[in-house]
Design a protein around this ligand. Structure first.
Ligand code: SAH
Length: 250
């Protein structure tokens, strides 16, 4: 997959290829990430990329011309299916569904804003999908682009090893993840649940599903609202609720 990030601060992208899963994906050639700087496409000697807003008011606005040229450069040489995404607070909320959709592409161009944002005409011109990380404001789109890139790359086939499979992560089946434990068996009086030490794989799988359902019911009931439970899932969730109510009344 080709990831091209249009940004005034391409150095911020260095993190991606340096650490952990995304670092290995770059090393293995599974993904290429490059930065394209609108400043290199400015039409004056000073490399001007921003200007004062029409109508007045605070701050600066990213100019459309250098961005449009950088976007065209970013598209150069992209083969197969690709898409442009602008990072902006007004966009559609980024989630696992959007990540799965983007992970099917061969190329992804991520556009990062700075200052007060980007001249509106760039949105019209690109017809790009607009994606937000949530209802808060960052100082620039770079961290948002890295978040999107990271969550997309871990979904690409072959990027995660079998034992860290994305199929088991939160949201994959519309549920939160089950709780994880590693050694020691006992820490400051807290024990690892017996079932995980039992070696009974069927019982472990049922316990994990029950925990995933129960935790989703407790912490993110909105996720369960849009999901039909199988008979087994309903039984496990009812058990979880019963145990939860018993524990809280003790
Ligand atoms: N004036 C804008 C904020 C601009 S912040 C507003 O009030 O909506 C500068 C840039 O940071 C934006 O252009 C965008 O690229 C990025 N950014 C800020 N918050 C973001 C968020 N929640 N999700 C994605 N990108 C964001």
């Amino acid at each position: 997959m080709d990831l091209r990030v249009v940004t005034l601060f391409p150095k911020m992208l260095d993190l991606f290829g340096k650490y952990g899963v995304t670092g290995r994906a770059v090393e293995a050639g599974r993904v290429r990430l490059s930065g394209i700087n609108p400043r290199d496409f400015a039409d004056d000697l000073h490399g001007t990329v921003d200007d004062r807003p029409y109508g007045g008011g605070p701050g600066m606005v990213m100019k459309v011309q250098p961005l449009e040229k950088a976007w065209c450069a970013a598209k150069q040489g992209l083969a197969g299916d690709y898409q442009t995404v602008i990072l902006s607070p007004e966009g559609r909320s980024f989630d696992a569904g959007v990540a799965r959709k983007l992970a099917k592409l061969d190329g992804l161009i991520l556009i990062c804003g700075r200052y007060e944002g980007i001249d509106q005409r760039f949105y019209e011109l690109t017809q790009a999908e607009v994606v937000s990380l949530g209802d808060f404001v960052l100082s620039g789109g770079e961290l948002a682009a890295l978040v999107v890139a990271d969550s997309v790359v871990r979904l690409l086939p072959g990027v995660l090893g079998d034992d860290e499979s994305a199929n088991q992560d939160s949201f994959c089946a519309g549920l939160l993840d089950y709780p994880h434990y590693t050694r020691p068996e006992s820490f400051e009086g807290q024990q690892v649940p017996d079932v995980l030490l039992s070696g009974d794989h069927g019982a472990i799988a049922r316990w994990r599903l029950k925990q995933a359902l129960g935790r989703t019911w407790r912490l993110r009931p909105d996720l369960l609202a849009g999901r039909t439970l199988s008979d087994e899932e309903q039984v496990l969730l009812d058990q979880y609720k019963l145990e939860f109510e018993q524990n809280s009344s003790e």
